[in-house]
Design a protein around this ligand. Structure first.
Ligand SMILES: O=C(O)C(=O)C[C@]1(C(=O)O)C=C[C@@H](O)C=C1
Length: 251
């Protein structure tokens, strides 16, 4: 390399150092703001700092302003890691991850969304994930969205117990690196839940047709009884007797 090229390289690296330092300073400043947030938010009352509606709003804005060389998925992963880390800083929690058929993909999905500060705990089935979340104060669960699972694991959700709080991947265009579909389960979060799409447990003897505005996420038929997990856009239940088991925001 000649002197002019070396000068240019040094200048560019100086620029990178300046940007890195600014980002680091801003992240530390963000940490100080979180200290103030803890005092205002009274997270200890619910045991969880997780606010899925707020996170969805932040992710939408991130995607809207995103451009340039950095892949959107990398920007999403960085911010998910920052947000999950600060969620954990506010109120420590464990993420219980279903380790069934797609154990490796589920592990990737978990780390993509929470980074490495949040501890993971493996569960053999979706039902075990729900049980672990139910026993905890503010833990989260990650269940693989299998369209035809062995059991209707969602039937214990709802009421005062764990509920569905998010659907992943958030940007479901299929271009992201983490393609395994999954649901996030948490204990009730009051108004912090994002119910843009509601999720219902529907049980019938197999002859109830649902309108095309409803999306069947999963279904199990056993002993002439069909159990379905159904997502709806509006507030109304997809059929009489449907039980609300949570909701989520979409990109
Ligand atoms: O806005 C909040 O309530 C926060 O706790 C902050 C924050 C964040 O780090 O931006 C962290 C956790 C929530 O899930 C959403 C956002």
């Amino acid at each position: 390399m000649n002197d002019a090229t070396l000068d240019q390289l040094a200048e560019i690296r100086h620029e990178i150092d300046r940007i890195d330092e600014a980002m680091h300073l801003l992240l530390m400043e963000r940490g100080a703001v979180i200290d103030r947030l803890v005092a205002v938010k009274r997270t200890s009352e619910t045991g969880s700092a997780f606010r899925p509606g707020r996170e969805a709003e932040m992710m939408r804005r991130l995607a809207a302003r995103h451009q340039g060389r950095l892949p959107l998925a990398t920007a999403e992963h960085l911010w998910r890691t920052i947000i999950a880390t600060f969620t954990h800083v506010q109120a420590p929690f464990t993420l219980h991850v279903e380790q069934g058929a797609d154990a490796l993909a589920m592990h990737d999905l978990a780390r993509f969304h929470v980074g490495f500060d949040v501890p993971l705990s493996g569960c053999s089935t979706a039902s075990r994930v729900v049980e672990a979340v139910g026993r905890s104060t503010g833990d989260l669960g990650l269940v693989r969205l299998d369209a035809a699972p062995a059991v209707a694991w969602w039937e214990t959700l709802g009421g005062d117990g764990p509920q569905i709080m998010a659907r992943l991947p958030f940007f479901s265009g299929g271009e992201g690196p983490i393609a395994v579909p999954a649901l996030v389960v948490a204990r009730p979060l009051g108004s912090a839940g994002a119910l843009e799409t509601r999720v219902w447990a529907v049980s019938d003897d197999g002859d109830v047709e649902l309108g095309s505005e409803h999306e069947t996420l999963a279904a199990v038929t056993r002993n002439a009884r069909r159990a379905r997990l159904v997502a709806t856009k509006g507030d109304a239940p997809p059929s009489p007797g449907a039980v609300l088991v949570g909701g989520y925001a979409r990109a």
